[in-house]
Design a protein around this ligand. Sequence first.
Ligand code: MN
Length: 248
Amino acid sequence: MEEGKGLMPLEEYAAKRRFQNTPEPPPGKETSKPGANYFCVQRHDATRLHYDFRLEIDGVLKSWAVPKGPTLDPGLKHFAAHVEDHPLEYGGFEGNIPAGNYGAGSVMLWDRGTFDLLGDASGEEQMARGDLKFRLHGEKLNGDFALVHMKVRGKGNEWLIIKKRDEFAAPGWDVEGHAYSVLSGRTQEEIARNLPVRKTKRKTAGAADRVWASSRPAKTKRAAKAPDAVEAVEAGPAKKKRKSTSGA
Ligand code: MN
């Protein structure tokens, strides 16, 4: 990536946040290393639970908010709202955005790794034409995906994220069956309560685990119920968050 590029797009990110009030990183000095191609997904329990899907392109994290989360099921096309670019520093972020701030709620680093662009066009070119193809090398997500800009009358930010058919495709795969942090091993509830990092990932089942962990085959409807389950868990001993600000 050329030096200096990628700073301007972060103005929207900075304008939405007051960095004295949120642990989220301000746009910093971190710049892309050649061939870095980092990707991450954050599970964000904001006004509505969603997943933030981010790809390192042009020195920033290009970002989409995915209400149903990414999936390995090639039969599903999940809506992905294109949102403002995030700084590279955001790629390691996990924590709690306090009430009253933009996106208030807990943020889990749900997956991370690298990606390869597919085809000859640059990431910027693929973004511009609204058809981005890439191969993920994550801890949970692997294989070929596409992000496709929907040509519909709307806000213009409507995309779909689609798993291609390959050896990593998994029909019936349930994103909520993998609701733990790749950074700390914690569940969303454990992050919300600022509980310590798990030394052994997934050793004991927390409350949130019991909601999701199941030996039954995944059903697609279960994902839709998970946000309510999280709300119910969090409404218990933890102080109820005031989530007045919108989600992305
Ligand atoms: Mn978000």
